[in-house]
Ligand binder design. Structure first.
Ligand code: 9D3
Length: 247
């Protein structure tokens, strides 16, 4: 997959992408990420990328011309049909469904803003969609762009080891995780659930699915409302409710 990021802080993007799962995806050629700095596309002596807002008020607004030149330079190296997405707090909330849909695109150009935002005329003329990463305020679009890149990279075939394989539909998709344990099997008098040390792999799978369903029911009932539950899932959730006493 090809991703371009239009950003005033290209080092922030490059440094973050050098590590872990995403770093390996880039090293292995499964993912290519390029940065385009609007400051490199300025023509005035001060290399200015921002200016004061019409109408007054605090903060600065990113100017049209450097952003437009950087976006077009990015689109020129990207495959035809690539989409241009502005990372903005007023956008559609990015989630796993948006990530899966974006995997089908030939390429993705992410625009990360700074200061109070971007001149609206640039967004109207040069942007296909706007994504937010959630209802909280961060200082610019770079961290949100990195969140998007990380979520996409994990879905690319060859990024995760076969032990993980996020690409395949798993029984736990759309559910919260089950609890995890490692050695020692007993710690300060607190033992690991006995099913996990018993070696019955079918029982372990049932236990994990039951715990995932139960936690999701307790903490994120909205996720279960959207879910088309199988008969096994209904049975396991009823078992969970019967053992917690919270039904
Ligand atoms: C407190 C300032 N806000 C006044 C109404 C506007 C504002 C300007 C710039 C809010 C956030 C930002 C910078 N944020 C992003 O660029 C951003 C973001 C976010 O803050 N939250 C969630 N998703 C995103 S995507 C880009």
């Amino acid at each position: 997959m090809r991703i371009a990021v239009v950003t005033l802080f290209p080092e922030m993007i490059r440094e973050a992408l050098a590590h872990g799962v995403v770093g390996r995806a880039i090293q292995g050629g499964v993912l290519k990420v390029e940065c385009f700095d609007p400051r490199a596309y300025t023509s005035d002596v001060h290399r200015s990328v921002d200016d004061r807002p019409f109408g007054g008020g605090p903060g600065m607004v990113l100017k049209v011309e450097p952003l437009r030149a950087a976006l077009r330079a990015a689109m020129n190296v990207m495959p035809g049909g690539s989409r241009r997405v502005y990372m903005g707090a007023a956008g559609r909330q990015f989630d796993q469904g948006v990530a899966r849909a974006a995997l089908e695109w030939p390429g993705l150009v992410l625009l990360a803003g700074r200061y109070e935002g971007v001149d609206q005329r640039l967004l109207d003329a040069e942007i296909d969609s706007e994504w937010s990463i959630g209802d909280y305020v961060v200082s610019g679009g770079e961290l949100p762009a990195l969140v998007v890149i990380d979520a996409l990279a994990r879905l690319l075939p060859g990024t995760l080891g076969c032990a993980e394989s996020a690409g395949q539909e798993s029984f736990s998709d759309g559910l919260l995780d089950w609890p995890h344990y490692t050695r020692p099997a007993e710690l300060g008098g607190v033992a690991v659930p006995t099913v996990l040390t018993g070696g019955d792999h079918a029982a372990i799978s049932r236990w994990r699915l039951r715990e995932a369903l139960g936690r999701t029911w307790l903490r994120r009932p909205d996720l279960l409302e959207r879910r088309d539950m199988s008969e096994l899932e209904r049975v396991l959730l009823e078992e969970f409710k019967a053992t917690t006493g919270k039904a």
